[in-house]
Design a protein around this ligand. Structure first.
Ligand SMILES: Cc1cc2nc3c(=O)[nH]c(=O)nc-3n(C[C@H](O)[C@H](O)[C@H](O)COP(=O)(O)OP(=O)(O)OC[C@H]3O[C@@H](n4cnc5c(N)ncnc54)[C@H](O)[C@@H]3O)c2cc1C
Length: 521
């Protein structure tokens, strides 16, 4: 009887640099890749509608890739432990391998499963495919988790930089294991016996029943090959100017790798290795083994490793968010800073302003542009995310949890660690947060980061004819000019639902009340 290993694929939907797959291939003669659909096990953070859309496409891509290599993805639905046990019995598997997830509900589930399977006599092993550095690895001098990014990055950042031989010899054992290059996908895989059956991806009903996904289909190519194409495009077109252009929402200045990273179609070790390879100029192309489709060679663009630093820093924020979620598992619903538990959020009927914000009809152009980009493409530029979050939590004084929930349902990159950190940072109640009193003025933000109004014109075409100097504040335009541009505020485009100056003052007063009550406690 051949040794059989199950590889339980979850949010590691790739074949390159997949430690669970590599371990199964090293130790099992028969390797069976399985995907188990049990969304309720992630409750209360089951994948939202946009994430389900992505998952469907990504599973299709993975399934095709496995078939090209001679294997098959076995999809089953139902409680994970029971389904694994059934598969183990059917296949005579003696091993199960998976890559770790870091959400609190999934950590608890996986621990239970590991314990139960080990009690059954199964060899169970979990691996790291998602992070450069396990969230329990880096601690402050006093042994606490980091709550501030800068000192965290001071520890992590140097480990990502290319180490010289001397530094390598004298450095303490690194938290990031980067010495071995990430593995390319296998060239072939052992076949899965015909007797083992599974569901078609369609049976999981992940696709929307009414077709709202046209914009998503136009914007994305989910799957491992799509991830590598996005990375190569970024290395050719954008990494050199990333430090500046990353702030311009109308520019294609960022990597747009967030959904690929979330679903594990590419891993941060692979991104880092490819950046290093391009920097050193020694590489002959991506080690993805996927059809990256790139024709020009980006190696020449790297004159200096410093070019990559601003980008690596963002990957550092991703690591930081994961270690926060790991150490503070209550933060998806509660503020990290307990002072904010009693924050006086807006009272009365909160539905109209929340709905206006969700639909991109606040009457504040840069905010509406961001919210419409999100609705249409399942993604929003980071600068716009910060602006819309500030308006919701500070000017509208609606709880950050409302915003986080909306993002959870509409983002293709919805990620519990990054989303929680992003919202708490924006609301001023999280780790290393923007102080509550630093309230973005969306008009100034628009003028600074969308100077010519290209982002607003794209997503709010009803404002397209306004001149640049008024595009971010149409309410300042004389009635005659509005008429000339075909705009009636309150009809084609809403009048602002909030007075920015007055709401700012109210938010600051609310913050003062929280600070004062914290002082008297
Ligand atoms: C309110 C709010 C909510 C957010 N929700 C999410 C979310 O659900 N999922 C998500 O992946 N990101 C989230 N972010 C972070 C950030 O906006 C996105 O990661 C980024 O816009 C993705 O685009 P990109 O891949 O082109 O990023 P790039 O600029 O190319 O960055 C590369 C990668 O670094 C990571 N990264 C970048 N910025 C951050 C950040 N601030 N925090 C953590 N990781 C970061 C992402 O994995 C990203 O793919 C949120 C930010 C805010 C302000």
């Amino acid at each position: 009887m051949p040794t059989t290993a199950l590889v339980w694929l979850r949010r590691d939907l790739r074949l390159g640099d997949n430690p669970a797959l590599a371990a199964a291939l090293a130790r099992g003669e028969r390797v069976i890749p399985v995907y188990l659909h049990a969304p309720d096990e992630a409750a209360p953070w089951q994948p939202g509608a946009a994430s389900r859309w992505w998952l469907h496409q990504s599973l299709c891509a993975l399934s095709e890739h496995l078939q090209r290599l001679g294997s098959r993805l076995i999809i089953r639905q139902g409680e994970s432990l029971a389904t694994l046990r059934a598969l183990i019995a059917e296949t005579d598997a003696s091993q199960v391998h998976w890559n770790r997830c870091y959400e609190p509900a999934l950590i608890a589930r996986d621990s239970r499963i590991k314990q139960a399977l080990r009690a059954d006599g199964i060899d169970c092993a979990s691996h790291n495919a998602a992070l450069l550095c396990e969230p329990w690895t880096l601690k402050t001098g006093s042994g606490e988790p980091y709550r501030v990014f800068t000192p965290y990055w001071r520890r992590l950042g140097p480990q990502l930089a290319e180490r010289t031989e001397t530094a390598h010899r004298s450095a303490p054992a690194p938290a990031v294991a980067l010495d071995a290059p990430p593995a390319a996908p296998p060239e072939t895989l052992p076949p899965v016996p015909n007797a083992i059956d599974g569901l078609a991806v369609e049976a999981l009903a992940l696709q929307p029943s009414i077709p709202w996904d046209q914009g998503l289909r136009e914007a994305w190519q989910p799957g491992e090959a799509g991830a590598w194409q996005a990375l190569e495009r970024f290395l050719i077109d954008a990494i050199c100017s990333y430090h500046e252009s990353r702030d311009w929402p109308a520019e294609p200045g960022t990597s747009r790798l967030s959904p690929h990273l979330h679903f594990g179609e590419i891993g941060p070790r692979q991104i880092l290795a490819r950046i290093r390879e391009a920097h050193l100029g020694s590489g002959s192309g991506p080690s993805s083994g996927s059809d990256s489709g790139s024709s020009s060679d980006p190696d020449a663009v790297f004159a200096d490793q410093a070019i990559a630093e601003p980008y690596l820093r963002e990957l550092g924020w991703r690591e930081f968010s994961h270690q926060l979620l790991y150490h503070f598992p209550h933060t998806p619903s509660e503020p990290l800073n307990p002072r904010f538990a009693d924050f006086p959020w807006r009272s009365g009927d909160t539905e109209p302003p929340l709905k206006a914000w969700q639909r991109g009809r606040t009457g504040i152009p840069i905010v509406d542009a961001g919210m419409r980009e999100l609705w249409h493409t399942g993604w929003m530029h980071n600068r716009a995310r910060m602006i819309v979050a500030s308006l919701l939590t500070k000017n509208l004084r609606l709880p950050w949890q409302e915003g986080a929930r909306w993002f959870w349902d509409t983002l293709v990159d919805a990620d519990l660690a990054n989303n929680t950190q992003g919202w708490q940072w924006s609301a001023g109640c999280g780790a290393d947060a923007a102080p509550y009193f630093r309230i973005f003025n969306p008009v100034r933000q628009g003028e600074r980061f969308d100077t010519q109004g290209r982002y607003v014109r794209r997503w709010c075409p009803e404002l397209a004819k306004l001149p640049d100097r008024l595009i971010h504040q149409p309410w300042q335009a004389p009635a005659s000019l509005l008429a000339q541009c075909g705009i009636r505020l309150g009809c084609e485009y809403p009048a602002p639902i909030i007075d920015l100056k007055a709401s700012r003052a109210e938010a600051l007063a609310a913050y003062d009340r929280v600070s004062a009550s914290a002082r008297t406690k």
